[in-house]
Design a binder for this molecule. Structure first.
Ligand SMILES: [Zn+2]
Length: 403
C-alpha cells in the first residue's frame, strides 16, 4: 500500500513549488471579478494552470460554458473518484466579496500537487470548476445543474474550501434557500392630473415588502427573507404601471422553507389584490439545499489542516449562516467544506468590502495554499484507504436516512 505520510509530504512540497503561480492567479481573478456564468476569464486562467501542467481540461461541464473538469487518473479503475470543487464567481458591484478567487486557486493547487502522486494510488481525482455559486446571477447554482445532469453519479466524495473569518471545521449546515421574483402590472396615469385612473404597481411592491416584513416575526428564527426592488417605476409624474421585487428565502430545511414560500406568495397575492395589479412570479434559480455534514470527512480535513500547523476550531464564534449550492452536492455524495480564516477580524461579515479586501492579502493567499494542501491530503486519505471512503459513505447514508 502507498505510504500515506510520504505522499502527503510530497503534495505539500508541490503546493509550495506552485505557490507563486497560484497566488498570482488568485490576485488576478480578484482584480478581474466576473459574476456567475460570465466567469470566462477566471475559468480560462484556472484551466490554463492545469493545462500548463499537462492536464487535460474539458470546458462546458453540464452545458455551462464557464464550467470545467480536469481528470487526474490513478492506477486502474477511475473509481473511487474524489472531486475537488472550484468556485470563481464574484458579486455584482462588490467584486470578490466572498473570496471565491481563493476557492478556485485552492482546488487547482490541490490538483497540481496531486498530479505526481496519483499514479501511486488507485482511482481518480477531478478538479471541477463550478460556476455561479452566488445567487446574484440568473440561473445560478452551477453545482445544482451538475447534480441534476448526473455529473456526480460517478463521484464518491466532494471536497472544497471556503475562505472565512475563522478557521473551523464544524457540523453547522448551511441554510436551504430559494429565490423568487414578483412582477406587478398596473396601469399608468398622470400622477397629478388623473391619479384615480392609475393602478400603482409600486404600491403593490411596497405592500408586499411590508407584509413580508411582518411575516418575518411569525416564522421560526432560522428563517431569513430578504430582497431588493428590481423596478419601481419610470418617473415620479407617472403612476408606475410596472414594478418588481426579488426575494431570497431561507430556512434550516427545505420542508419548512416550502411553507414559508407559500406565505411569501400569499403576501404578493394580497398586495396585488389590494392595489388592483396583476401579479406574475417566477422562481429565478434552482433551490439550494442545506448541507449535510459528514463527520468522517470533517475528521480527515481537521486532522490534515492541524498537521500542517493550522489552529482549527470545532466551534464558530459567529453563528450566522449562509447558503451554498454545495448543499445539493452533500445530499448526493459525502462532502466537506473546510473554512479557513483570511483575516484576524472574526466579526466582519462576508459579502462586505473588508472581506473582499481580505481575499487579496498575504493572509488570504496563505489560507488558499493551506487549503490546497488540506484538500490534496484529504484526497490521498480517501484514495489510499478504501475503508475511509466506506465509513464516509456509511455516515452519509445514516444522515440522509431511508430514501
Ligand atoms: Zn461564497
Amino acid at each position: 500500500m502507498a505510504n500515506v505520510v510520504d505522499l502527503k509530504r510530497r503534495v505539500c512540497e508541490a503546493v509550495d513549488r506552485h505557490a507563486g503561480e497560484l497566488c498570482d492567479a488568485a490576485d488576478w481573478i480578484h482584480q478581474h471579478p466576473e459574476i456567475g456564468h460570465q466567469e470566462v476569464q477566471s475559468a480560462r486562467r484556472l484551466a490554463d494552470l492545469l493545462q500548463r501542467a499537462g492536464l487535460d481540461v474539458q470546458m462546458g461541464t453540464a452545458g455551462m460554458a464557464t464550467a470545467f473538469r480536469a481528470e487526474l487518473r490513478g492506477r486502474g479503475d477511475p473509481r473511487p473518484c474524489v472531486a475537488i470543487l472550484a468556485e470563481y464567481d464574484a458579486l455584482p458591484e462588490l467584486g470578490h466579496g466572498c473570496g471565491h478567487n481563493l476557492i478556485g486557486t485552492s482546488a487547482v493547487g490541490a490538483g497540481l500537487a496531486l498530479k505526481d502522486v496519483l499514479p501511486e494510488l488507485e482511482g481518480s481525482v477531478w478538479v471541477l470548476g463550478t460556476p455561479a455559486e452566488e445567487s446574484a446571477a440568473p440561473n445560478s447554482g452551477g453545482k445544482v445543474h451538475m447534480v441534476n445532469a448526473g455529473v456526480f453519479d460517478v463521484v464518491d466524495a466532494a471536497i472544497m474550501f471556503h475562505p472565512a473569518t475563522e478557521t473551523t471545521i464544524t457540523a453547522d449546515g448551511s441554510l436551504a434557500a430559494r429565490g423568487f421574483e414578483f412582477y406587478f402590472h398596473g396601469r399608468a396615469a398622470h400622477a397629478a392630473s388623473m391619479p384615480e385612473q392609475g393602478l400603482n404597481a409600486l404600491d403593490a411592491v411596497v405592500q408586499m415588502y411590508s407584509a413580508v416584513s411582518m411575516l418575518r416575526q411569525q416564522v421560526r428564527s432560522d428563517v431569513r427573507i430578504h430582497g431588493i426592488i428590481l423596478n419601481g417605476g419610470a418617473a415620479a409624474n407617472i403612476i408606475p404601471d410596472y414594478a418588481a421585487i426579488r426575494y431570497r428565502t431561507r430556512a434550516d430545511d427545505s420542508e419548512y422553507l416550502a411553507g414559508v414560500v407559500e406565505r411569501v406568495v400569499d403576501c404578493a397575492e394580497g398586495a396585488a389584490r389590494a392595489t388592483g395589479c396583476r401579479l406574475e412570479w417566477t422562481e429565478y434559480m434552482p433551490g439550494y439545499e442545506n448541507t449535510v455534514p459528514n463527520p468522517v470527512l470533517m475528521d480527515l480535513m481537521l486532522t490534515n489542516l492541524r498537521a500542517i500547523g493550522l489552529d482549527v476550531a470545532t466551534e464558530r464564534k459567529r453563528k450566522g449562516r449562509g447558503s451554498t449550492d454545495f448543499g445539493n452536492v452533500t445530499r448526493k455524495v459525502p462532502g466537506v467544506e473546510a473554512r479557513i480564516g483570511i483575516t484576524e477580524h472574526w466579526d466582519i461579515p462576508a459579502h462586505s468590502i473588508p472581506f473582499r479586501d481580505a481575499a487579496a492579502t498575504e493572509r488570504g493567499r496563505q489560507a488558499m495554499l493551506a487549503a490546497a494542501k488540506g484538500l490534496a491530503m484529504t484526497a490521498i486519505d480517501l484514495l489510499a484507504e478504501p475503508d475511509t471512503l466506506r465509513r464516509a459513505r456509511a455516515a452519509f447514508e445514516a444522515a440522509m436516512g431511508p430514501r
